[in-house]
Design a binder for this molecule. Structure first.
Ligand SMILES: *Cc1c(COP(=O)(O)O)cnc(C)c1O
Length: 387
Protein backbone atom coordinates (compact mmCIF):
# COMPACT_ATOMS: atom_id res chain seq x y z
CA UNK A 1 0.00 0.00 0.00
CA UNK A 2 1.24 3.46 -0.91
CA UNK A 3 2.26 5.89 1.82
CA UNK A 4 -0.48 8.50 2.20
CA UNK A 5 1.94 11.42 2.39
CA UNK A 6 3.50 10.26 -0.89
CA UNK A 7 0.05 10.15 -2.54
CA UNK A 8 -0.77 13.69 -1.46
CA UNK A 9 2.65 15.14 -2.27
CA UNK A 10 3.94 13.33 -5.37
CA UNK A 11 1.95 10.37 -6.67
CA UNK A 12 0.36 10.79 -10.10
CA UNK A 13 2.51 13.81 -10.96
CA UNK A 14 4.73 12.99 -13.92
CA UNK A 15 6.77 16.20 -13.71
CA UNK A 16 9.05 15.38 -16.62
CA UNK A 17 6.03 15.87 -18.88
CA UNK A 18 5.68 19.52 -17.92
CA UNK A 19 9.09 21.19 -17.65
CA UNK A 20 9.80 19.51 -14.25
CA UNK A 21 7.44 22.01 -12.63
CA UNK A 22 6.74 21.14 -8.97
CA UNK A 23 3.11 22.21 -9.26
CA UNK A 24 1.14 20.66 -12.12
CA UNK A 25 -0.13 22.81 -14.99
CA UNK A 26 -3.80 23.65 -15.45
CA UNK A 27 -4.54 22.28 -18.91
CA UNK A 28 -7.39 24.70 -19.53
CA UNK A 29 -8.68 23.31 -22.81
CA UNK A 30 -11.94 21.86 -24.02
CA UNK A 31 -10.48 19.62 -26.76
CA UNK A 32 -7.29 18.01 -28.07
CA UNK A 33 -6.01 17.85 -31.67
CA UNK A 34 -4.77 14.93 -33.79
CA UNK A 35 -2.34 14.67 -36.71
CA UNK A 36 -3.97 11.80 -38.55
CA UNK A 37 -7.24 9.92 -38.93
CA UNK A 38 -5.56 6.85 -37.41
CA UNK A 39 -4.49 8.74 -34.30
CA UNK A 40 -7.89 10.45 -34.03
CA UNK A 41 -9.71 7.11 -34.34
CA UNK A 42 -7.44 5.39 -31.80
CA UNK A 43 -8.04 8.09 -29.22
CA UNK A 44 -11.80 8.19 -29.74
CA UNK A 45 -11.93 4.44 -29.25
CA UNK A 46 -10.11 4.87 -25.93
CA UNK A 47 -11.85 8.02 -24.75
CA UNK A 48 -11.74 7.04 -21.07
CA UNK A 49 -7.94 7.01 -20.94
CA UNK A 50 -6.89 9.11 -23.95
CA UNK A 51 -7.28 12.88 -24.33
CA UNK A 52 -10.10 13.77 -26.71
CA UNK A 53 -12.47 16.14 -24.95
CA UNK A 54 -12.48 17.55 -21.40
CA UNK A 55 -16.01 16.29 -20.64
CA UNK A 56 -14.30 12.89 -20.66
CA UNK A 57 -10.65 13.07 -19.69
CA UNK A 58 -8.27 15.97 -19.07
CA UNK A 59 -4.62 15.73 -17.93
CA UNK A 60 -5.03 17.96 -14.85
CA UNK A 61 -8.17 16.11 -13.76
CA UNK A 62 -6.38 12.81 -14.41
CA UNK A 63 -3.68 13.63 -11.82
CA UNK A 64 -6.40 14.18 -9.24
CA UNK A 65 -8.18 10.92 -10.16
CA UNK A 66 -4.97 8.91 -9.72
CA UNK A 67 -4.43 10.33 -6.26
CA UNK A 68 -8.03 9.65 -5.21
CA UNK A 69 -7.98 6.03 -6.39
CA UNK A 70 -4.74 5.48 -4.46
CA UNK A 71 -6.23 7.11 -1.35
CA UNK A 72 -9.30 4.83 -1.46
CA UNK A 73 -7.33 1.65 -2.32
CA UNK A 74 -9.28 1.17 -5.56
CA UNK A 75 -8.10 0.74 -9.15
CA UNK A 76 -9.74 3.84 -10.56
CA UNK A 77 -11.52 7.06 -9.67
CA UNK A 78 -13.61 9.76 -11.36
CA UNK A 79 -14.16 13.33 -10.19
CA UNK A 80 -17.52 15.02 -10.75
CA UNK A 81 -18.95 18.53 -10.50
CA UNK A 82 -20.55 17.78 -7.10
CA UNK A 83 -20.98 15.06 -4.53
CA UNK A 84 -24.63 14.81 -5.55
CA UNK A 85 -23.50 14.16 -9.17
CA UNK A 86 -21.11 11.43 -7.99
CA UNK A 87 -23.96 9.75 -6.10
CA UNK A 88 -26.37 10.08 -9.04
CA UNK A 89 -23.78 8.52 -11.40
CA UNK A 90 -22.90 5.65 -9.06
CA UNK A 91 -26.55 4.85 -8.31
CA UNK A 92 -28.07 5.18 -11.78
CA UNK A 93 -25.30 3.07 -13.34
CA UNK A 94 -26.58 0.28 -11.14
CA UNK A 95 -30.38 0.26 -11.60
CA UNK A 96 -33.00 -0.20 -14.32
CA UNK A 97 -36.80 -0.15 -14.34
CA UNK A 98 -38.16 -2.87 -12.06
CA UNK A 99 -35.09 -2.98 -9.82
CA UNK A 100 -35.14 -2.55 -6.06
CA UNK A 101 -32.71 -0.58 -3.89
CA UNK A 102 -32.00 -1.12 -0.21
CA UNK A 103 -30.80 2.12 1.39
CA UNK A 104 -29.88 3.13 4.93
CA UNK A 105 -32.41 5.41 6.61
CA UNK A 106 -31.65 9.15 6.82
CA UNK A 107 -29.08 9.32 4.02
CA UNK A 108 -27.86 12.71 2.79
CA UNK A 109 -30.98 14.74 1.86
CA UNK A 110 -30.39 14.84 -1.91
CA UNK A 111 -29.58 11.13 -1.96
CA UNK A 112 -33.01 10.59 -0.45
CA UNK A 113 -34.51 12.77 -3.18
CA UNK A 114 -32.67 10.87 -5.89
CA UNK A 115 -33.73 7.44 -4.68
CA UNK A 116 -37.26 8.21 -3.48
CA UNK A 117 -38.41 10.75 -6.05
CA UNK A 118 -36.31 10.67 -9.22
CA UNK A 119 -35.74 6.92 -9.42
CA UNK A 120 -39.36 6.13 -8.56
CA UNK A 121 -40.37 7.93 -11.79
CA UNK A 122 -38.30 5.36 -13.68
CA UNK A 123 -39.82 2.36 -11.93
CA UNK A 124 -37.18 1.71 -9.28
CA UNK A 125 -38.41 0.89 -5.77
CA UNK A 126 -36.65 1.34 -2.43
CA UNK A 127 -36.69 0.00 1.12
CA UNK A 128 -35.07 2.10 3.86
CA UNK A 129 -33.49 0.13 6.67
CA UNK A 130 -31.85 0.72 10.03
CA UNK A 131 -28.28 0.21 8.86
CA UNK A 132 -27.08 -0.58 12.38
CA UNK A 133 -28.89 -3.90 12.08
CA UNK A 134 -27.35 -6.17 9.43
CA UNK A 135 -30.23 -8.66 9.76
CA UNK A 136 -32.70 -5.94 8.82
CA UNK A 137 -30.64 -5.26 5.68
CA UNK A 138 -30.68 -8.92 4.67
CA UNK A 139 -34.40 -9.16 5.38
CA UNK A 140 -35.02 -6.25 2.97
CA UNK A 141 -33.28 -7.97 0.03
CA UNK A 142 -35.52 -9.53 -2.60
CA UNK A 143 -34.88 -11.08 -6.02
CA UNK A 144 -35.18 -7.59 -7.63
CA UNK A 145 -32.55 -5.95 -5.42
CA UNK A 146 -29.51 -4.78 -7.39
CA UNK A 147 -28.08 -2.11 -5.09
CA UNK A 148 -27.30 -1.74 -1.39
CA UNK A 149 -26.67 1.95 -0.65
CA UNK A 150 -24.71 2.74 2.52
CA UNK A 151 -23.60 5.88 4.28
CA UNK A 152 -21.42 5.05 7.26
CA UNK A 153 -21.66 7.07 9.36
CA UNK A 154 -24.87 8.53 7.94
CA UNK A 155 -25.93 12.17 7.99
CA UNK A 156 -27.21 13.92 11.14
CA UNK A 157 -27.20 10.96 13.54
CA UNK A 158 -23.96 9.24 12.45
CA UNK A 159 -25.19 5.64 12.52
CA UNK A 160 -22.67 3.05 11.28
CA UNK A 161 -23.09 -0.05 9.18
CA UNK A 162 -20.83 -3.09 9.59
CA UNK A 163 -19.03 -2.72 6.26
CA UNK A 164 -17.47 -6.17 6.20
CA UNK A 165 -20.79 -7.89 7.00
CA UNK A 166 -22.72 -5.75 4.47
CA UNK A 167 -20.20 -6.40 1.69
CA UNK A 168 -20.21 -10.15 2.21
CA UNK A 169 -24.01 -10.33 2.49
CA UNK A 170 -24.43 -8.31 -0.71
CA UNK A 171 -21.90 -10.47 -2.55
CA UNK A 172 -23.82 -13.62 -1.54
CA UNK A 173 -26.92 -12.12 -3.19
CA UNK A 174 -25.12 -10.70 -6.25
CA UNK A 175 -25.93 -7.13 -5.14
CA UNK A 176 -23.61 -4.15 -5.74
CA UNK A 177 -22.65 -2.01 -2.75
CA UNK A 178 -22.18 1.77 -2.91
CA UNK A 179 -21.10 3.82 0.10
CA UNK A 180 -21.00 7.55 0.77
CA UNK A 181 -17.69 7.92 2.66
CA UNK A 182 -17.74 11.71 3.04
CA UNK A 183 -17.95 11.72 6.84
CA UNK A 184 -14.76 9.75 7.50
CA UNK A 185 -12.86 10.83 4.36
CA UNK A 186 -10.36 8.47 2.71
CA UNK A 187 -7.94 9.43 5.47
CA UNK A 188 -9.96 7.70 8.20
CA UNK A 189 -11.90 4.94 6.39
CA UNK A 190 -11.38 2.84 3.26
CA UNK A 191 -14.56 0.85 2.57
CA UNK A 192 -12.96 -1.02 -0.36
CA UNK A 193 -10.71 -2.79 2.19
CA UNK A 194 -13.89 -4.40 3.59
CA UNK A 195 -15.17 -5.43 0.15
CA UNK A 196 -17.47 -2.48 -0.67
CA UNK A 197 -17.67 -2.08 -4.47
CA UNK A 198 -18.04 1.66 -5.08
CA UNK A 199 -17.03 4.52 -2.79
CA UNK A 200 -18.40 8.04 -3.33
CA UNK A 201 -17.52 11.33 -1.67
CA UNK A 202 -18.61 14.88 -1.53
CA UNK A 203 -15.12 16.17 -2.28
CA UNK A 204 -16.47 19.59 -1.35
CA UNK A 205 -15.93 18.60 2.28
CA UNK A 206 -12.59 17.32 3.59
CA UNK A 207 -10.96 16.40 0.27
CA UNK A 208 -10.81 19.93 -1.09
CA UNK A 209 -11.04 21.30 2.43
CA UNK A 210 -11.06 25.04 1.78
CA UNK A 211 -14.76 25.80 1.16
CA UNK A 212 -14.10 27.06 -2.35
CA UNK A 213 -14.84 24.18 -4.78
CA UNK A 214 -17.94 21.96 -5.10
CA UNK A 215 -16.98 18.49 -6.37
CA UNK A 216 -17.59 14.77 -6.01
CA UNK A 217 -15.57 11.57 -6.22
CA UNK A 218 -16.37 8.01 -7.38
CA UNK A 219 -13.87 5.20 -6.66
CA UNK A 220 -14.05 1.54 -7.69
CA UNK A 221 -12.64 -1.24 -9.84
CA UNK A 222 -11.49 -0.44 -13.38
CA UNK A 223 -14.53 -2.32 -14.68
CA UNK A 224 -17.11 -0.47 -12.57
CA UNK A 225 -15.53 2.94 -13.19
CA UNK A 226 -15.46 2.25 -16.91
CA UNK A 227 -19.17 1.42 -16.84
CA UNK A 228 -19.93 4.66 -14.98
CA UNK A 229 -17.67 6.68 -17.33
CA UNK A 230 -19.33 5.41 -20.54
CA UNK A 231 -22.79 5.59 -18.94
CA UNK A 232 -23.99 8.38 -16.65
CA UNK A 233 -20.69 10.32 -16.33
CA UNK A 234 -20.40 11.11 -20.06
CA UNK A 235 -24.16 11.41 -20.68
CA UNK A 236 -24.94 13.74 -17.76
CA UNK A 237 -21.76 15.72 -18.45
CA UNK A 238 -20.71 16.10 -14.82
CA UNK A 239 -16.94 16.66 -15.24
CA UNK A 240 -15.17 19.38 -13.24
CA UNK A 241 -13.08 22.13 -14.80
CA UNK A 242 -9.28 21.69 -14.97
CA UNK A 243 -8.92 24.76 -12.78
CA UNK A 244 -11.13 23.26 -10.05
CA UNK A 245 -9.16 20.00 -10.28
CA UNK A 246 -5.97 21.98 -9.71
CA UNK A 247 -7.48 23.69 -6.65
CA UNK A 248 -8.47 20.31 -5.22
CA UNK A 249 -4.97 18.89 -5.80
CA UNK A 250 -3.62 21.88 -3.88
CA UNK A 251 -6.23 21.57 -1.13
CA UNK A 252 -5.51 17.86 -0.74
CA UNK A 253 -1.80 18.42 -0.05
CA UNK A 254 -2.76 19.12 3.57
CA UNK A 255 -5.53 16.50 3.97
CA UNK A 256 -3.56 14.61 6.59
CA UNK A 257 -2.75 17.57 8.83
CA UNK A 258 -6.20 19.12 8.43
CA UNK A 259 -7.94 15.87 9.42
CA UNK A 260 -5.73 15.39 12.46
CA UNK A 261 -6.09 18.99 13.58
CA UNK A 262 -9.87 18.95 13.16
CA UNK A 263 -10.25 15.59 14.97
CA UNK A 264 -8.01 16.54 17.88
CA UNK A 265 -9.75 19.84 18.51
CA UNK A 266 -13.17 18.19 18.10
CA UNK A 267 -12.35 15.54 20.70
CA UNK A 268 -11.27 18.19 23.23
CA UNK A 269 -14.40 20.25 22.63
CA UNK A 270 -16.59 17.15 22.87
CA UNK A 271 -15.08 16.39 26.27
CA UNK A 272 -15.74 19.96 27.36
CA UNK A 273 -19.35 19.83 26.12
CA UNK A 274 -20.01 16.38 27.54
CA UNK A 275 -19.31 17.66 31.06
CA UNK A 276 -21.46 20.76 30.61
CA UNK A 277 -24.77 20.97 32.50
CA UNK A 278 -26.64 22.43 29.48
CA UNK A 279 -25.72 19.51 27.22
CA UNK A 280 -27.89 16.42 27.20
CA UNK A 281 -25.85 14.21 24.88
CA UNK A 282 -23.27 14.24 22.08
CA UNK A 283 -23.52 12.05 19.01
CA UNK A 284 -20.03 11.06 17.82
CA UNK A 285 -19.05 7.47 16.94
CA UNK A 286 -15.66 7.78 18.63
CA UNK A 287 -17.15 8.52 22.07
CA UNK A 288 -16.58 5.48 24.32
CA UNK A 289 -20.24 5.61 25.48
CA UNK A 290 -21.49 5.45 21.88
CA UNK A 291 -23.49 2.26 21.09
CA UNK A 292 -21.33 1.59 18.05
CA UNK A 293 -17.95 2.51 19.54
CA UNK A 294 -16.41 -0.95 18.95
CA UNK A 295 -17.54 -1.07 15.33
CA UNK A 296 -16.23 2.48 14.78
CA UNK A 297 -12.85 1.43 16.20
CA UNK A 298 -12.82 -1.61 13.93
CA UNK A 299 -13.51 0.04 10.60
CA UNK A 300 -12.39 3.67 11.06
CA UNK A 301 -8.94 5.04 11.90
CA UNK A 302 -10.32 8.31 13.24
CA UNK A 303 -13.58 10.22 13.29
CA UNK A 304 -12.99 13.77 12.05
CA UNK A 305 -14.50 17.03 13.22
CA UNK A 306 -18.25 16.55 12.75
CA UNK A 307 -20.60 15.83 15.68
CA UNK A 308 -24.08 16.64 16.91
CA UNK A 309 -24.87 18.20 20.27
CA UNK A 310 -28.28 17.68 21.86
CA UNK A 311 -28.88 20.71 24.04
CA UNK A 312 -31.07 20.96 27.11
CA UNK A 313 -33.60 23.56 26.05
CA UNK A 314 -37.29 24.01 26.72
CA UNK A 315 -38.21 25.85 23.57
CA UNK A 316 -36.92 26.60 20.08
CA UNK A 317 -36.22 30.22 21.07
CA UNK A 318 -33.52 29.02 23.50
CA UNK A 319 -31.69 27.23 20.70
CA UNK A 320 -32.03 30.24 18.44
CA UNK A 321 -30.57 32.51 21.15
CA UNK A 322 -27.65 30.07 21.64
CA UNK A 323 -26.91 30.06 17.91
CA UNK A 324 -27.05 33.83 17.62
CA UNK A 325 -24.71 34.19 20.60
CA UNK A 326 -21.96 32.13 18.94
CA UNK A 327 -19.62 34.45 17.06
CA UNK A 328 -16.64 32.28 16.13
CA UNK A 329 -18.73 29.38 14.83
CA UNK A 330 -20.30 30.49 11.58
CA UNK A 331 -23.82 29.37 10.72
CA UNK A 332 -23.96 27.51 7.39
CA UNK A 333 -24.55 24.24 5.58
CA UNK A 334 -21.64 22.00 4.56
CA UNK A 335 -18.44 21.28 6.52
CA UNK A 336 -14.87 20.06 6.01
CA UNK A 337 -13.31 23.49 5.36
CA UNK A 338 -10.98 25.67 7.41
CA UNK A 339 -13.82 27.36 9.32
CA UNK A 340 -15.84 26.02 12.23
CA UNK A 341 -19.57 25.83 11.61
CA UNK A 342 -22.87 25.06 13.22
CA UNK A 343 -25.93 23.71 11.50
CA UNK A 344 -28.91 23.90 13.86
CA UNK A 345 -31.72 21.52 12.89
CA UNK A 346 -34.21 24.19 14.03
CA UNK A 347 -33.53 25.91 10.66
CA UNK A 348 -35.41 23.12 8.89
CA UNK A 349 -38.40 23.05 11.20
CA UNK A 350 -41.49 24.74 9.79
CA UNK A 351 -40.05 24.39 6.23
CA UNK A 352 -42.52 22.05 4.44
CA UNK A 353 -40.18 20.67 1.72
CA UNK A 354 -37.63 19.63 4.35
CA UNK A 355 -40.05 17.83 6.68
CA UNK A 356 -38.99 14.37 5.49
CA UNK A 357 -35.46 14.65 6.79
CA UNK A 358 -36.25 16.24 10.13
CA UNK A 359 -34.20 15.62 13.23
CA UNK A 360 -35.39 17.08 16.57
CA UNK A 361 -35.10 20.88 16.93
CA UNK A 362 -32.68 20.71 19.87
CA UNK A 363 -29.97 19.06 17.73
CA UNK A 364 -27.10 21.31 16.67
CA UNK A 365 -24.48 19.87 14.33
CA UNK A 366 -20.96 21.19 14.89
CA UNK A 367 -18.06 21.10 12.49
CA UNK A 368 -14.66 21.92 13.95
CA UNK A 369 -12.27 23.67 11.57
CA UNK A 370 -8.68 24.75 12.01
CA UNK A 371 -9.09 27.38 14.75
CA UNK A 372 -7.59 26.72 18.19
CA UNK A 373 -9.36 24.85 21.00
CA UNK A 374 -9.21 27.79 23.43
CA UNK A 375 -10.61 30.22 20.85
CA UNK A 376 -13.60 27.96 20.12
CA UNK A 377 -14.17 26.91 23.73
CA UNK A 378 -14.49 30.54 24.89
CA UNK A 379 -17.19 31.10 22.29
CA UNK A 380 -19.09 27.98 23.39
CA UNK A 381 -18.81 28.88 27.06
CA UNK A 382 -20.39 32.27 26.60
CA UNK A 383 -23.16 30.95 24.33
CA UNK A 384 -24.01 28.06 26.68
CA UNK A 385 -24.28 30.54 29.56
CA UNK A 386 -27.33 32.08 27.87
CA UNK A 387 -29.27 28.80 27.74
C1 LIG B 1 -22.48 17.42 1.19
C2 LIG B 1 -22.77 15.98 1.11
C3 LIG B 1 -23.15 15.40 -0.10
C4 LIG B 1 -23.38 16.21 -1.36
O1 LIG B 1 -22.20 16.73 -1.84
P1 LIG B 1 -22.16 18.07 -2.74
O2 LIG B 1 -20.70 18.21 -3.02
O3 LIG B 1 -22.72 19.16 -1.87
O4 LIG B 1 -22.98 17.84 -3.93
C5 LIG B 1 -23.35 14.04 -0.12
N1 LIG B 1 -23.20 13.28 0.98
C6 LIG B 1 -22.85 13.81 2.17
C7 LIG B 1 -22.71 12.92 3.35
C8 LIG B 1 -22.62 15.17 2.28
O5 LIG B 1 -22.29 15.70 3.46
Amino acid sequence: MRDISDILTHYGEDRKRYFSAVSPPIIQTSNFVFDSIEEFRMNVLNEEHAHVYTRGNNPTVEILCKKLAALEHTEKALVTSSGAAAIACAVTAQVAAGDHVVCVRKPYSWTHRLISELLSRFGVTVTYVDGRNTEEIEYAFDEKTTLLYLESPNSHTFELQDLEACASLAKDHGITTVIDNSYASPYYQNPADFGIDIVVHSGTKYINGHSDVVNGVICGSAESISRIFHGPYMTYGVNISPHDAWLIIRGMRTLQIRMERSSNTALKLINFLNDHSKVERIIYPYLPESDQYDLAQKQMRGCGGLFTTILKANKKEDIIRFCHKLKRFLMAVSWGGHESLIMPSVVFHDVPSKEDSLVPWNYVRFYIGLESYEYLKQDLESALACL
